[in-house]
Design a protein around this ligand. Structure first.
Ligand code: FDA
Length: 284
C-alpha cells in the first residue's frame, strides 16, 4: 500500500513529535476539555525497540508535568513487550506506572485485539495493588466476555474505560451485529456507572451518550463521577458543547511517526472519514 502524506492524517493525529501533542493538549484544555496522550505504534517485537517505547512514555509523563497540561496517557502493552514475553512486559509496564505515580498521573491501558485481552487484564490485575489510583483498563462492548470482565472489575474497584471495540474480530468472540454491540455498551455503561469507580464512557454515538447520561442521573452519579471520552478530530464541536453542559470530556490525542494503522482504523469505521480525506487529496 502507498503510504499517504502525514497532512491527510492531521485531522486525527496531533503531529509526529511530542511538542505537537503538548500543543494540542494545551489547546483542548483552553476549550474546557481534558486530554489523554497516546504515542502511536503497536506490536514492537524487539527488546531494544520496546525499551525505547518505555522511555518515550516516561518522557511523555515528564513533559505533561513540566508543561502543566491537564492530560493523562494511554498506552498499548504490545508496545511494552507483550509480544516478547509477559515478564518483560510487566517489567516495562511497572516502570511506566511508577513514573506516573511519582508525577501523580494516570495510565490507561488501551485494549488491543482479542488475542491480548486475557493477558492485558491479567497484567492490569497484577499491577492494581501497587498502582491502584494510577492505572485503569479498557473494556470493549463487542466482546462476549466483557460482561463477566466488567463484574470482576467492578468488584476490584477498577477505573474502566468502555468502548465498542476497534479491531476486526471473529464471530466466535465478538457480536457480529451493531445492535448487539450497542445493547452491550448500554448495559455495561449502566453497570459501571452503578457500581464502578469513575468510569469513562468513550464513544461518539449520540444514543450511547444519551443513555449513559440518563443512567448517571437516574443512579445519582454526578457529572464529576464519570467522564465522556472521544477521539481527537471526531465531532470536536460536540465535545466542546458537552463540556459547556458541565460534563467532564476527555479527548484521546494520538501522535507519533507510526500513525498509519491508527489512521486506517478511523477510515475503516466511517465512510464520511474516507470522503473527508479524498476531498483533501483533491484539493491538493
Ligand atoms: P460508531 O463508530 O458506531 O459510531 C456511532 C455514531 O457516532 C455514528 O452513527 C454517528 O452518529 C456518530 N459518529 C461517529 N463518528 C462520527 C463522525 N466522524 N462525525 C459525526 N458523527 C460521528 N477501541 C479499542 O478497541 N481499544 C481501545 O483501547 C480504544 N480506546 C478508545 C478511546 C477513546 C477515547 C475512544 C473514543 C475510542 C476508543 N476506541 C478503542 C475506539 C472504539 O472502539 C471505536 O472504534 C470508536 O470509538 C468508534 O465507535 P463509536 O463508539 O464512536 O461508534
Amino acid at each position: 500500500m502507498i503510504h499517504p502524506p502525514f497532512a491527510l492524517a492531521r485531522r486525527f493525529v496531533a503531529g509526529e513529535a511530542l511538542p505537537d501533542a503538548i500543543e494540542v493538549a494545551r489547546r483542548l484544555n483552553g476549550r474546557g476539555l481534558l486530554a489523554t496522550l497516546d504515542i502511536l505504534g503497536e506490536n514492537i517485537a524487539d527488546r531494544t525497540g520496546v525499551r525505547a517505547a518505555r522511555d518515550a512514555y516516561v518522557r511523555l509523563l515528564d513533559e505533561i508535568a513540566l508543561s502543566g497540561v491537564d492530560s493523562n496517557i494511554s498506552i498499548k502493552l504490545t508496545m511494552l513487550g507483550l509480544d516478547v514475553s509477559r515478564e518483560f512486559c510487566e517489567e516495562n509496564l511497572r516502570a511506566v506506572l511508577a513514573a506516573a505515580r511519582e508525577r501523580m498521573n494516570f495510565v490507561r491501558i488501551d485494549m488491543e485485539g482479542s488475542r491480548y485481552t486475557a493477558a492485558t487484564l491479567e497484567l492490569f490485575g497484577d499491577m492494581r495493588g501497587e498502582f491502584a489510583d494510577h492505572v485503569g483498563p479498557v473494556i470493549q462492548s463487542y466482546l462476549y466476555r466483557s460482561r463477566p470482565d466488567v463484574e470482576e472489575l467492578v468488584r476490584l474497584r477498577a477505573r474502566v474505560r468502555l468502548v465498542k471495540g476497534a479491531y476486526k474480530e471473529p464471530e466466535s468472540v465478538a457480536f457480529p451485529h451493531r445492535e448487539d454491540v450497542n445493547r452491550s455498551f448500554d448495559e455495561l455503561a449502566e453497570r459501571l456507572l452503578a457500581g464502578g469507580r469513575y468510569p469513562a464512557i468513550a464513544t461518539h454515538d449520540d444514543a450511547r451518550i444519551a443513555h449513559a447520561v440518563e443512567a448517571a442521573e437516574r443512579l445519582g452519579v454526578p457529572p464529576t463521577g464519570y467522564e465522556l471520552q472521544m477521539l481527537y478530530g471526531i465531532r470536536p464541536r460536540f465535545q466542546e458543547e458537552l463540556a459547556r453542559r458541565g460534563h467532564r470530556v476527555r479527548v484521546y490525542v494520538p501522535y507519533g511517526a507510526e500513525w498509519f494503522p491508527y489512521f486506517y482504523r478511523r477510515l475503516r469505521e466511517r465512510k464520511e472519514n474516507v470522503l473527508f480525506v479524498l476531498k483533501n487529496l483533491l484539493r491538493g
